[in-house]
Design a protein around this ligand. Sequence first.
Ligand code: ZN
Length: 326
Amino acid sequence: MMPAMDYPQRAVAVDLGGTRFRVAVGNGSGELEWRSSQFTRVERGLQAVLKHLYETIDEALAASGPNRAGGIAIAAPGPLDPETGVIFNPPNMPGWDRVPMKQLFEDRYGLPVQVVNDANLAAVGEHRFGAGRGLRNIVYVTVSTGIGGGVIVNNQLLLGGRGFAGEIGHMTVDMRGERCACGNIGCLEWLASGTSIARQARQRLASGIHSTLERFPLQEITAAKVAEMAYGGDTLAEGLLRGAGVALGVGMVNLAHLFNPERIILGGGVSLNAGPILWDALQTTVRSRTMPSSRKGLDIVQAALGDDAGLLGGVALMTRAVAKAA
Ligand SMILES: [Zn+2]
């Protein structure tokens, strides 16, 4: 083992979410010093994608110079086991079943490697370097095609017994609601994700409700189009955004009661782009339903780090882990 002073305060972070994978070198001050973004093209198969990842990480380590990065953090779509670093067949990564990422990357690089759920790692990023900086208890919620997040309790990411804590999108907000893709009923994700807003718009149009959304073919309706029409005065679109805001607000009330966070941070494309209609419905719901004791000192704010939250969370995790190991 290297002496403590040889551990650099820099790490490589990898984000496997989305159609591109991203690799960065960052330091303990939250600066990304080098970055690369590559099309993942999962259809090439596991081995080809791994080879491409290795080549990009090789480049990152070379770019990090003689004072090399001292660890690798991988933000991956779940389900995964953060302790063993094994990925279990994420829906958007066919063929990635029981992939021992931590072991593969540790064997290849001889560096400590951590594999963490991407939304959990984004929570760590926002906590350490973003909108949750300096606070001990926060909840991060990302609303995009799905809804995910992470809970930081007393400066620690809450993992749970097997690493699946913080499935914020699958808390029930409507006990008599529809069945979610996960098997539960009335999940927040089923009611308020971008996918859900678009699905509800298509359902209402198919049932004969009139709306300016009728000018688009059904399959082209997205949450972004619903938002655009809502701000153009469309009643259906406005109602859908408000409904998503109320569902998110109910979710926030539950989070406030469970974890008593000092701040709830909302990220993801939908929450950032849906504007005041969704945001006002959310805030009104939280104000009118949260117990006064849990509401005191709680604020709900937008995320600060955008798409880099996961990468910066990885850097935060590894620079701290490396420092601690030293
Ligand atoms: Zn669900």
